[in-house]
Ligand binder design. Structure first.
Ligand code: NAP
Length: 362
């Protein structure tokens, strides 16, 4: 197990995911924040001054250790930041070409990038890791380093937050041959980088469209469940997933209503047993941010509830409930995960821990 401390940078530190990363890394046993960066707009100012007031969206106060840190320019100061940090987390609101250029800039400076952005998600030598599900995909980093011409630098990405509740719930059931999945998601406003102060129009409102989200919800699981051939990821071709993604007036926590059809139909009791027994590498390796129990099943008819259950296991667990038979599909259930913790910042911290434990950051 890891015994050293890693210095880390946060690119996009002023944003919603960046703020979450700052909070999660506050007392982290392995990682220490060495650099904060954002756009030119923020560069040169103190972190505490930029994010104070309605911009600060976390439940805890701005941690003392970062308040007075001067935010750097993610692009202009890249070389300096790469010298200060063993690796960086990246969560920026930029168009895809610019994100890819920024992430490759750091990777080529031999500074690994743990990304929350979607720009590199479909490259076959960039792993898209949910550490409990596809930790073995880290093996493609070797091919990526060859392409980038780096010894140490690489990019790894997080999947979209919308699928973070239902892909883990479906994963232990894959052995029954999942044919079709219908997933409707009810997504929090922090997923758009907003809170109710910055997006008051969302009070008492539902918006039936989140740009690009349905495509991501349907396509990204295929990469997560893909195999490795000749050192690169080959997407899975099943199950078939269809989704509808709605924005709902909730601060944090994405919920999903899921319907599933199988080749071989399991009993409901068998499904609950598989969820209860499911463990991935983070649990086996006892990584610092790993939930002890990744998948929690609630027997109560009115659970999981967003407000009650999103912080389960520090926001890193997935809550499931209302498993029952369906008249059109075989089964249906509800699931919930915290979008900025498990679905973004917490998921990327866990990914970094996994990659440190496996020697990719040495
Ligand atoms: P956000 O709150 O809008 O924050 C955007 C961040 O990007 C800010 O720190 C901003 O810095 C920075 N930025 C903008 N232009 C930049 C530039 N040219 N160079 C460097 N930094 C720049 O967005 P967010 O919700 O945190 O999302 C960030 C990324 O994570 C997006 O790709 C998003 O899709 C992804 N993501 C978000 C969630 C979620 O639940 N929120 C979940 C999964 C993935 P300034 O303050 O200086 O403008």
């Amino acid at each position: 197990m890891n015994t050293r401390t890693y210095k880390v940078g946060i690119i996009g530190a002023t944003g919603m995911v960046g703020q979450r990363l700052v909070c999660l890394l506050k007392n982290h046993p392995w990682f220490e924040i060495a650099a904060l960066a954002a756009s030119q707009r923020s560069a040169g100012k103190k972190y505490g001054e930029i994010v104070s007031g309605e911009r600060w969206s976390m439940e805890i106060k701005i941690p003392d250790g970062v308040k007075d840190m001067v935010v750097m320019d993610a692009t202009k100061d890249a070389e300096k930041i790469s010298g200060m940090a063993d690796f960086v987390f990246c969560a920026v609101d930029l168009d895809k070409d610019k994100v890819r250029a920024l992430e490759e800039l750091y990777a080529k400076l031999e500074c690994p990038v743990i990304s929350n952005n979607s720009a590199c998600r479909h490259m076959d030598d960039v792993p898209m890791l949910i550490p409990e599900i596809n930790a073995e995909h880290a093996a493609v980093i070797k091919a990526q380093r060859e392409r980038l011409g780096t010894k140490r630098g690489f990019i790894t990405v997080k999947s979209n937050c919308s699928l973070q509740s239902y892909v883990p719930a479906l994963h232990p059931l894959m052995k029954f041959g999942i044919k079709d999945v219908l997933a409707c998601t009810y997504q929090a406003i922090s997923g758009a980088g907003k809170n109710f102060e910055t997006w008051p129009e969302m009070l008492d409102n539902v918006i039936p469209y989140i740009g690009g989200e349905e495509e991501k919800s349907e396509r990204e699981p295929m990469k997560i469940w893909g195999g490795i051939k000749d050192g690169k990821i080959v997407d899975a071709t099943s199950p078939r997933i269809t989704s509808q993604c709605l924005r709902v007036p909730v601060s944090d926590g994405h919920m999903a209503a899921v319907f599933v059809e199988f080749e071989n139909k399991p009993a409901l009791s068998e499904i609950k047993k598989l969820w209860a027994e499911f463990k991935g590498e983070p649990q086996i390796l006892k990584l610092p941010s790993a939930p002890k129990q990744f998948l929690h099943y609630f027997e109560e008819d009115d659970r999981p509830q967003t407000k009650l259950d999103r912080m389960l296991e520090n926001g890193m667990a997935v809550s499931i409930g209302r498993l029952r038979k369906d008249v059109r599909y075989d089964i249906k259930f509800i699931c919930l995960s915290h979008n900025t913790i498990r679905g973004a910042a917490g998921g990327s911290v866990l990914t970094a821990e996994l990659l440190c434990a496996k020697g990719y950051m040495d």
